[in-house]
Design a protein around this ligand. Sequence first.
Ligand SMILES: Nc1nc2c(ncn2[C@@H]2O[C@H](COP(=O)(O)OP(=O)(O)OP(=O)(O)O)[C@@H](O)[C@H]2O)c(=O)[nH]1
Length: 302
Amino acid sequence: MIKLHKWKLLLIAVATNFTILLTLALGEIKVWGEIDWFDIVGEGGVSLLAALWLVFTLNSRPAGNVTNLLCLGLGFIFVGTFQDLLDEVIALPEGSFLRGGLESTLMPIGLLVLTFGLYHWHKEQLCFVEQRRRREQDIREYRWQDQLTDLGDARFLNQQLDQLLRQCRAARQPLALILLDLDQFNATNRAFGHKEGDRLLRELSELLILNLRRCDLLCRYAGDRFAIVLPNTPELLANELAGQLTRAVSSFAYKTNSGETIYHSASVGVAADNPDANKTVTEIATARLLAAKDRKKMESAA
Ligand SMILES: Nc1nc2c(ncn2[C@@H]2O[C@H](COP(=O)(O)OP(=O)(O)OP(=O)(O)O)[C@@H](O)[C@H]2O)c(=O)[nH]1
């Protein structure tokens, strides 16, 4: 990682060398007895820590604006504290700018740039957290996908239904749910095999999508049962849409691999959300679907 930042390191090395040469040119090396070793340890330690922070930062970060700011801030701090350290071994003439002046200029600039860099680093972290949250949500939703039809499964339906119910209620809009179940699908499975049944379910899911509006949500609720959530839709319109769907299903001519054509009818249960009812929209739609199935069975038995 540090290779990515060789130009920044080179710049800091040049600035450090320049400071050494300038200090040597303007001052004189102190004799052994003039050196305050206590100051050397203190100021050398600060300079060493600034250099370590710089290396750790560059070693763990990609190139970019935030890295540049952090590196610039730490670079100023390092050169400032290093010059202060040089002060301890090279005696500078009275009134020279290098005598404390460089350090007291570079330190605040370095801290300011570093603070700015840390602020942007914090913003960058928030952005990463948000991206991770979205990715995890996508994965979760992917796990709630029906592998046969690629539609959302029952868990996805329940989660989306909760969310849409909240939104529609807050906006005082109606919401309706259609449950659509194939009739005698078991017989198709038995007559033509599970693979044909699978392909029929896949093709039917595509047919249903083609007959829905962009705002509607189609999920595979269970085996041969589909659920359609219709936001901002009153019950009357939902009944009309359910009629269109059942007509589309019953006129769909499915061709088996052996060349036969199969037709299927479907039963539906439609319900509109009613916050005052003691049953959920799913429970009401299920009860109506089962009633429709019973009616059909009685009619065919008669
Ligand atoms: N091919 C296939 N069949 C499935 C799948 N999931 C469920 N089934 C079958 O769907 C059938 C559903 O049976 P039932 O609930 O009795 O439905 P039905 O035969 O349509 O009967 P009614 O709904 O009462 O008309 C069962 O035979 C299940 O084995 C699947 O992923 N693929």
